[in-house]
Design a protein around this ligand. Sequence first.
Ligand code: NZQ
Ligand code: ZN
Length: 397
Amino acid sequence: MLNFDYHNQTRYVYGPGEHLNLGKHLKAFAPGRILLHYGGGSIVRTGLLDRVRKSLSDAGIDFVEMGGVKPNPSVSLVREGISLCRKEQVSLILAVGGGSVIDSAKGIAVGVPNSCDVWELYSHKGSVPEKHPLPVACVLTLPAAGSENSPNTVLSEEHSQRKLGFKHMGLRPVLSIVDPTLFLSLPQAQMAYGACDMLCHIFERYFTNTTHTALTDALAEATMRTIITQARILNHDLQNVEAWGQLALSGTIAHNDLLGLGREQSWACHALEHELSAVYDVPHGAGLAVIVPAYMEAVWSYNPGIFAQWATNVMGVTPQRDTAAVVHEGIARLRSWYRELGLPQTMQELTIPDTADFAAMAHAACKVYGGGAAIPTLPGVHPITAEEAAAIYNSAR
Ligand code: NZQ
Ligand code: ZN
């Protein structure tokens, strides 16, 4: 196990009906005016926007509003939010939505107090802002990205077709309300994308060369099994509040870095997927379903032990001497779970055209995640070069 330094500031409130207590919970964190930030249609259709407004007003919280966040959220809307918050002297950003809305809120939160253009912070890996971000709070409407308890935000710049992340511990929300009744309006596809994303957040941490990780291995395996089981329940019964609750808590734990403590992490699948989302605007979870099995096939032999352990302890494959057979059966069972959930299996099913320039996308992914090395590679159980990354894309055609 490696050294680590873990700080998690989020007050996490879970339960059916808890969103109605938003104002009461938020009051302690919001002495001044706040920005209520949200997406497109669902928050209006379900009546949630009106309930949030009422809860804030009842608690005497002064707020201004900005909606319009789209999936794969854009830096241009974030810039508009920054201007609005400076003008209105906003002191906290409240996101009501899924990962895209929360990430957009985080972009605004770090942009308001800092004089540089906010995209600068996303463009340079590891950049540190001069000033601490404003606090962020959220009401989660879609369990998937884990942004409700992560220090990360991911934004896209349309004209350059770049999708980049930024991380700051001050961006872990100060308050997250996770009310599973808000998930009952989600379509099956969003449940499937979300479960796929959560599982991959664990893969990125679990498949490592770090040794002596018994506790985080076991926690990760239990969380992966829970995601697989609860997504199957929801696949047949989207109105199952308890299953939504289990899935949502798993999704939070999958990405709040508890399962990554003291482990070298990969993030290669995310690097490869973010290029697909940036260029073709595909849902993040759908892109991952195509990338993950191709990635596993490409790298498992560099650390067969951890992949065989996963196949056995998570996918239920019977242990046997032939490690390759165990790993391949594990990957086959993962593909079959993706299929059950209706997730795409190939670039074609993801509607990525045959003309896609995978070599360019592979170079871009390695450059972003390669940490400025002379020959940048994607980290993981095996460092992936741009050529290998292109081969992974191609094998998923
Ligand atoms: O805008 P509306 O109409 O609300 O529609 C949204 C959106 O179209 C809809 N939706 C959300 N809640 C709903 C609902 N529809 C019905 N009922 C509800 N209760 O769902 C659609 C997708 O929402 P989005 O927020 O885009 O999905 P998700 O939560 O999967 O977030 C994906 C984004 O998060 C980033 C991804 O790259 C992607 O941009 N990620 C963020 C991370 C982080 N900050 O730590 C880590 C992840 O790896 C990921 O990269
Ligand atoms: Zn993800």
